[in-house]
Design a protein around this ligand. Structure first.
Ligand SMILES: Cc1cc2nc3c(=O)[nH]c(=O)nc-3n(C[C@H](O)[C@H](O)[C@H](O)COP(=O)(O)OP(=O)(O)OC[C@H]3O[C@@H](n4cnc5c(N)ncnc54)[C@H](O)[C@@H]3O)c2cc1C
Length: 335
């Protein structure tokens, strides 16, 4: 593998230029990786994807990111992360990667604007909560529609909320929401839960949780914020409107790993497989944040993984450079 450092001149197009590190994704994991890599004097390009700032840019207030005792608006938090990375020289560009080639080095990433070349890649493409895909959902996300009870439960003190789903996450999050909400109504499309028995037992025993079975949410209603849901019984076809303050949707997560099929190891749930040091199965390709994390799914944990991935990328690049210099010295001696 040939290896040489060289910086594209500032302002030059970024396509067809060789970067030390390309970060795919501009959420907390990607921007933190970019900050750490840029501060290590690496030449870094961040490709934002269509969701600039990632999932947290969708939410209003973030109250559990350390350093902001009064809380911080989600978009402001990621904007600050971006500015911090740019201050140390990271370039942030709007493009979405549609294909990758990790079989050759430098790695080739293909986006709508062209090809990008990288000595090391940090994948931080996140995961998307599976959507209900009903009218009102997109419009009211962050205004009563949420995909994260840990994040948004606090805002529903003494309110009534609906939880959609019947798996472990739906039960865990319902139980968590009872700390805040007056009433949590689980709406499930079947007549029994998929969740583990222990979680079911806890949920059934909780007086704040009730269940509506065989029912789906067909519409979320409200002007400025959620005001009601339209429900439909899948067995009888009966419809009704239920007034409600919030809708929490837990019908699964979809890690954004489609473009890495056949290139990187992916587990049975679709998450990238990394070791404890954020290495994927391809040397020089690292992954951080929700794309490789089915468990914690928080800003702080994603940012932490981003920092770790960048530190490992820096170490890997230095090793490659040292090996190349050794090879060149050997060649010079034998020439
Ligand atoms: C409504 C909501 C509220 C939340 N509130 C909180 C909270 O209060 N506290 C908290 O800790 N967590 C909260 N979370 C969770 C938190 O947002 C996530 O854990 C965190 O954003 C994950 O960061 P990430 O960088 O791994 O991925 P993401 O934030 O998902 O970012 C992924 C990035 O990858 C990009 N991308 C994807 N595919 C491509 C591609 N092919 N090419 C280029 N780029 C691509 C996207 O555009 C995006 O920029 C909330 C989540 C939601 C949805």
């Amino acid at each position: 593998m040939e290896f040489s450092l060289g910086m594209p001149a500032a302002g030059e197009p970024t396509t067809d230029k060789l970067f030390d590190v390309i970060v795919i994704g501009s959420g907390p994991a990607g921007l933190t990786a970019a900050l750490y890599a840029a501060r290590a004097h690496l030449d870094v390009l961040v490709l934002t994807g269509s969701d600039i700032g990632g999932q947290v840019a969708l939410t209003s207030e973030v109250e559990n990111y350390p350093g902001f005792p009064e809380g911080v608006q989600g978009p402001e938090l990621v904007q600050r992360m971006q500015e911090q990375a740019e201050r140390f020289g990271a370039r942030v560009e709007l493009d979405t990667i549609t294909a990758v080639d990790f079989q050759q080095h430098p790695f080739v990433l293909t986006g709508y604007n062209g090809n990008y070349l990288a000595r090391a890649v940090i994948v931080a493409t996140g995961a998307s909560p599976r959507k209900l895909q009903v009218p009102g959902e997109a419009e009211l996300t962050g205004r009563g529609v949420s995909y994260c009870a840990t994040c948004d439960g606090w805002f529903f003190q003494d309110k009534e909320v609906v939880v959609v789903g019947g798996g472990d996450s739906a039960m865990e999050e319902s139980l968590f929401l009872t700390k805040f909400a007056r009433q949590v109504t689980v709406v499930h499309r079947r007549d029994q839960l998929r969740a583990s028995k222990i979680l079911q037992k806890r949920a059934f025993a909780n007086p704040k949780i009730d269940f509506i079975w065989d029912t789906v949410v067909t519409e979320i209603l409200g002007e400025e914020k959620v005001e009601a849901v339209r429900l439909k019984n899948v067995k009888t076809g009966e419809e009704r409107v239920m007034p409600i303050d919030g809708v929490f949707i837990f019908i699964g997560h979809i890690p954004n790993t489609g473009i890495f099929q056949g290139q990187l190891e992916i587990d049975e749930r679709g998450y990238l497989v990394v070791d404890r040091r954020m290495h994927t199965n391809v040397p020089g390709v690292f992954a951080a944040g929700e794309v490789a994390d089915p468990i914690f799914r928080q800003v702080v944990t994603s940012a932490g993984m981003g920092a770790a991935a960048a530190m490992e990328a820096e170490k890997w690049l230095a090793e490659q450079k040292a090996e190349q210099e050794e090879r060149e010295q050997e060649r010079a001696v034998t020439a």
